[in-house]
Design a protein around this ligand. Structure first.
Ligand code: UDP
Length: 411
């Protein structure tokens, strides 16, 4: 059997004060005819990264509205996750080799995990490239409707990777992508759904935190809370461009010597490259003690991430490629403006000049960050606009509604 992830319980009713009674009612109406439907989410890791983050909320909420939903993760060793990390990079367009050995490893682990997939489901939702071979190797038995949920941007893939993956993903009845342009070349799904990721406003990370508490948390990590702080929260990954963030901060520091930078990143279990890139980031930071590089092994969990996002003067997300960027949604929800790379799902969230700024270079990133640090009232105003934007579009209740609508379309 695949490993089942322990999920807590969540109640849809608890979201009513945040999203309003009408939204809750719409969800219940959609859910009623689907009562008892068996749903399984399958992905590669129960910890680290946006997918795991969302499944901890989405799965229990599906249960609360009457679906029989669960979440399972595939098994793999480092050799597999090294290959899947390359697949992630290759599918997002990186020019790297995809050797026969790598392909064989991917196939071997997918075959092995497929034999462990048990049970009978109305909807089997397979997330991302790591387990994309599940349907092929398992066969249709055990799932009435097979859905592949792609969280990455495969609009300009490296053809070596795309040609390998396209036949596997084409077997699915439905494809779910964050944006229409993310669907790579030549793949036609019978059903294509566009669903953006969302955040849970009631998770420890996103629940309102009194400023005094947030300051106390940051002080524990050596941040001087009476001085300006800019933060990027991200895995240590080339696409998140932590080195570019350091360069932008260095420019800001020439104007505001007391500014500090926090780079906060979790080390995901399916991301062996993270350690290498963390070292690289630390070297790039050099001896500047105002750069704080922190991760979960320092004790930075959800609540601590939330504290950084609550208190920072400006949050940066200088990605050069991004699926959606929950790390943009989260600070906007806390009323902080975000300066973000003009890529992927970031422009859906940052309305340039309204909820933050979209940037294309280190200098532009530095300029806009400096502006916001120097204009705190404007920063607050943008943050509030961001919070409203997230409330309307990117909360977990929206996500649940999108999936229920897709299920209706399939039955
Ligand atoms: N995250 C975290 N701790 C960290 C770094 C990231 O909890 O130190 C969370 C972050 O808050 C967000 C998720 O991991 O919820 C990252 O999702 P995103 O979509 O931004 O990027 P991904 O890692 O999936 O590419």
């Amino acid at each position: 059997m695949l490993e089942k992830v322990e999920i807590g319980t969540k109640r849809l009713a608890d979201y009513e004060p945040i999203v309003g009674a009408e939204v809750i009612e719409q969800i219940r109406t959609l859910a009623e005819p689907l009562r008892g439907a068996r749903v399984v989410h399958v992905n590669a890791t129960a910890f680290g990264g946006g997918v795991a983050e969302m499944l901890y909320t989405l799965t229990p909420l599906m249960r609360d509205v009457g679906l029989d939903a669960e979440w399972q993760v595939i098994a793999g060793e480092d050799e597999f996750f090294n290959v899947t990390k390359a697949c992630h990079n290759g599918l997002q367009g990186m020019d790297i080799p995809f050797t026969d050995d790598m392909q064989a490893i991917w196939r071997r682990y997918n075959e092995m995990n497929a034999t462990r997939f048990e049970g009978a489901y109305d909807f089997a939702i397979i997330h991302d490239p790591q387990p994309a071979g599940m349907l092929h190797y398992h066969g249709r038995g055990g799932g009435k409707h097979w859905i592949w949920r792609c969280h990455i941007d495969t609009s300009h893939p490296n053809p070596n990777y795309w040609d390998f993956f396209a036949p596997y993903i084409s077997e699915y009845e439905a494809g779910v992508f964050t944006m229409a342009q993310y669907v790579g070349p030549g793949v036609d799904f019978e059903h294509l759904a566009l669903i953006t990721p969302t955040i849970d406003p009631l998770s420890p990370k996103n629940m309102p935190m009194p400023e005094a508490d947030a300051r106390e948390v940051l002080a524990r990590f050596g941040i001087a809370v009476d001085r300006p702080l800019i933060t990027q929260v991200s895995r240590f990954d080339p696409w998140k461009d932590p080195l570019g963030v350091i360069d932008a901060y260095t420019i800001v520091k020439e104007q505001i010597p007391e500014v500090q930078l926090a780079l906060v990143g979790s080390m995901a279990s399916d991301d062996p490259e993270g350690w290498y890139y963390l070292d690289k980031t630390i070297r790039h930071a050099g001896e500047d003690m105002d750069i704080h590089i922190l991760h979960n092994f320092h004790g930075v969990g959800g609540r601590e991430v939330g504290a950084f996002q609550t208190i920072s003067d400006v949050v940066i997300q200088k990605s050069t490629r991004e699926g959606f960027g929950l790390v943009v949604t989260e600070p906007l929800w806390k009323g902080r403006p975000v300066v973000g790379g003009n890529v992927g799902g970031i422009p859906l969230q940052i309305i340039d000049g309204k909820t933050g700024f979209l940037v294309d270079s280190v200098t532009e990133c530095a300029e806009k960050t400096l502006y916001l640090v120097q204009h705190p009232e404007e920063a607050d105003r943008m943050g509030q606009a961001g919070r409203e934007h997230v409330r309307q579009n990117f909360l977990t209740t929206h996500h649940l509604m999108d999936y229920l609508s897709l299920f209706h379309e399939l039955v």
